[in-house]
Each structure stands twice: as structure tokens, then as C-alpha cells.
Ligand binder design. Structure first.
Ligand code: AMP
Length: 178
């Protein structure tokens, strides 16, 4: 495996466009080729945690389901806890819930009421920022728990959908923009 640092451009080239999935008109950004490449996967994690070191963050929050893949790896490398924001009905203990509209359909996400402590410094991570509804709902859940959101980070941002508008007030970054 090459030691050359992975660039966002390499990651971008490996992301596969799947037209009309899961429904007509949506171009799905398929990240599985990135995950399947050990160097690219590791590079994504390094880029997603760039600027942070162990001790800077108490928890990394990942959004169901692809966000888990990245958030869990970042959490391990930052020696931080991993917290799942899950789709409604999946978490076993008492939850807070938040509903929102998706690029396709609508959804409700949930977090355990004791997932983070008030004042915990958290990084929120997801694979893709589209309309911003999902990440904004996750951010609201974290605000209900009085967490301090340091930043919201994405692998991919579909800039033309202007999802950042829904996350106004939070620092946001993404590795690959379309
Ligand atoms: P949104 O709430 O509109 O920002 O949608 C973001 C969520 O939906 C992310 O968790 C993505 O996994 C998923 N998603 C939305 N649009 C796409 C797309 N074009 N390709 C892949 N995933 C998408």
C-alpha cells in the first residue's frame, strides 16, 4: 500500500454515480468503491479527522447508516466515544426524536437520552450532505442533550442542494464537492 497521502480528488474519482437510485431523478453517490480500497478508506478517515487530535473531542456522532462507517473509525483514531444517531425504532433505550424531509422521502432520527453529557465536545460525521435535513435533525438532537458541536463533517457535499443553509451556525466541512 502506497504511503502517499490520499487526496480528495482521488476519493472523488472513486465515488461511483448510480443514476435513478433509489428512485428516478436521484444520482446516488456510491461510496462502496472507496470503502473497498484500503488506502482510500484510511485516507478518508485521516482527512475527516484533520485538525483534531486525541483529547480534542469527547465523542464522534455518526448518522445511520453510512455515517457510522466513517464516524466509528474517526472516533477510534481520536480516542473518543462513538455515538449513533439512528433511524426511528432502532435504539433500545429511551430516546429523543427529530423528524425531517429527505432528498427522497422523509425520516425520523433518534438518539439515546444519555448518549452524551452536557458540554461534551462532539464531531458530527455523515457520508453525504444533500438537503441538510438529516444532519440538521442530528444537530438538534445533540442540542437537546446540550452537547457542544465542534464541527459537522461530510465525505461528500452536493453543494447545488444548499444543505449548508439548514446547518447555519455550525462549522461545516466536506472532502468532496459536487
Ligand atoms: P439530506 O438530509 O438531504 O442532507 O440527505 C442526506 C442523507 O441521505 C445522507 O445520510 C446520505 O446518506 C443520503 N443521501 C441523500 N442523497 C444522496 C445521494 N444523492 N447519494 C447518496 N446518498 C444520499
Amino acid at each position: 500500500m502506497s504511503n502517499t497521502p490520499v487526496t480528495a480528488e482521488e476519493i472523488s474519482k472513486a465515488i461511483r454515480d448510480v443514476p435513478d437510485f433509489p428512485k428516478a431523478g436521484i444520482v446516488f453517490k456510491d461510496i462502496t468503491p472507496v470503502l473497498a480500497d484500503a488506502r482510500l478508506f484510511a485516507g478518508c478517515i485521516d482527512l475527516l479527522m484533520d485538525g483534531y487530535k486525541p483529547g480534542d473531542v469527547d465523542a464522534v456522532v455518526g448518522i445511520d447508516a453510512r455515517g457510522f462507517i466513517f464516524a466509528a473509525a474517526v472516533a477510534l483514531k481520536l480516542n473518543a466515544g462513538f455515538i449513533p444517531v439512528r433511524k426511528q425504532g432502532k435504539l433500545p433505550y429511551t430516546t429523543h426524536e427529530e423528524s425531517y424531509d429527505l432528498e427522497y422521502g422523509s425520516n425520523t432520527v433518534a438518539i439515546h437520552i444519555d448518549a452524551v453529557k452536557p458540554g461534551d465536545r462532539v464531531l458530527l460525521v455523515d457520508d453525504l450532505l444533500a438537503t441538510g435535513g438529516t444532519a440538521a435533525a442530528a444537530a438538534s438532537l445533540l442540542q437537546k442533550l446540550d452537547a457542544k458541536i465542534l464541527e459537522v463533517r461530510f465525505l461528500i457535499e452536493l453543494s447545488f442542494l444548499d444543505g449548508r443553509k439548514k446547518l447555519a451556525g455550525f462549522p461545516i466541512s466536506s472532502l468532496v464537492n459536487y
